[in-house]
Design a protein around this ligand. Sequence first.
Ligand code: ADP
Ligand code: ZN
Length: 611
Amino acid sequence: MQPRQILKKYFGYDTFREHQLEVIQKILDGKDAFVLMPTGVGKSICYQIPSIIRQGVGLVVSPLIALMQDQVEALRQNGALAEFLNSSLPHKEVQLVEKRVMSGRADILYVAPERLLSESFQRLLERFPIALFAIDEAHCVSQWGHDFRPEYLKISELTDRFPNVPRIALTATADAVTRRDILMKLKLTHAARFISSFDRANICYRVLLKSKDKRQLHHFIQNEHPGEPGIVYVRTRNRADQIASWLQKQGMAALSYHAGLDPHTRTTRQRRFLQDDGLIIVATIAFGMGIDKSDVRFVAHLDLPASMEAYYQETGRAGRDGQPADAWMVYSLSDVVAMRKLLDQSEGDEAFKRIQRQKLEALLGYCETITCRREALLGYFGEKYPAPCSNCDNCSRTVEAWDGSIAAQKALSCVYRTGQRFGAAYLTDVLTGNPNLRILNMRHDRIKTFGAGKELSREEWRSVFRQLLAAGMLSVNLGKISGYRLTEKSWPVLRGERKVRFRKDPRLTRNEKLNKATAKHKTDFLSDHARLLFEKLRRLRLDISKRLGVPPYVVFHDKTLMEMVTHKPKTREEFLWISGVGEQKAKQFGDAFLKAINEGEGDSSRMDKKE
Ligand code: ADP
Ligand code: ZN
């Protein structure tokens, strides 16, 4: 069968997305490929279809054990012969899987890296034909990436033994350095490269100043995503628990998730998130790797993520179904200080720290940028995006900037003259000429900068210090002495050689107005009747998914339900026209959905006549 026929028969789609067919063709020709595409674009099909077409079993190496079962389940629902092997399977199951694989009753086999490298598996490998090697989450092979897995380094030794089997490495996150590293470590420098735009057009990016974070979060969810699934990221376990129970008290369905919970609780909560329709997970970074839930409507950061890569990956979990979704973040001066400290305290040699520092500055720069967020985000990954995007906070309102050269000089000189040991609150008192006891004791009411900054409010000075720290023109002291100190970047500013522009922080009330202005709901544009039908189909989907023990989106994606609502298929054949409906699913679920779609029809026309 041809790739296009497989796409229709198994997956129910009519056309390939960018690069998919080319990649598939490469692999079918027996060549290697490197695929760098953002999450949700459809990387899996690039190895799934060749695995089905080529003789033998497609071996997929993936570190995401939690995900494997769902992926395999989804493939099976589509009519493909899929299997997986990882440490979660009991020995008996393993034997059954191996048997099916060896007797040719498998198109595709997912394996965890440690299993792949085990001796028993290596022996097994000699006993069945291999269609291809797919190395998923390929950035795990690189120390520069954010999720290094030592076992990944051994993969190329293994694939070396099968020189005629095509290899395909896939990842959604890699900056230029990591990318080169991946290709080298996997010995794929000669491979054809397919790099898609990293733009996730349906995600709206927003960064707000933190004031009362819990209230801000609550306001955001209540106004824009009531009853919808979302992920809230925080930095610590405690905070995850606190925020989750606070949201519960506000009447929202929320659970925490972090590495401090026992494995059983973690698994059940993850399952619930996948299967429920409107659960909020408040999590540390422990959550998310491998969360393949396509209808996550928002990702909120209450604390700064670890890096731009982490931010991109975490926010990338929103809106994988292509429907509008939000990446929302609040941050503050104290976050910047905390991050700076963490960085300087971190272990590692100078070169490592320098890279980390650049990464942090990129992240802070992103928060402070006054131009298009998308442009900044994609720019970090080496992609030039023609701003404005009109789907980020900076594009949907004008952000004012101001010439802060003089203010920066005053602030830096105040840091210097007070001995490089005070934080924003104290420095602001000095600048605005507020003679508190400590200042008098230190005799800092006698220095030149005392009262030299009365033209700005306390809030504005806070903003100045935050932005100076963000830009690396100030850094944070470690150890006993707290407070800020100058950096090499401070001097050109102090000497007047470098101009500084600051972002004018929007006032909170304006942000909240903005929240309302951009509020959108995926079913907003539907008529009442269509919305009712959509909800009905969702309920049907939930029933079916519960019965089968799979997440709802494994049955059908929201997008597919939406198509049913708009096109209202009447027959099996028409049902197959819906994007996302393959033969297997039409057979399995067609009648139930056709019935649900068409049984209301009579009623609604009666109602129409009455009016
Ligand atoms: P990735 O692995 O890149 O994150 P997936 O392979 O999980 O993405 O695909 C994301 C979603 O896009 C899935 O729901 C998949 O069914 C859908 N998809 C993939 N290819 C196509 C296509 N050609 N047409 C329509 N939908 C597609
Ligand atoms: Zn923009």
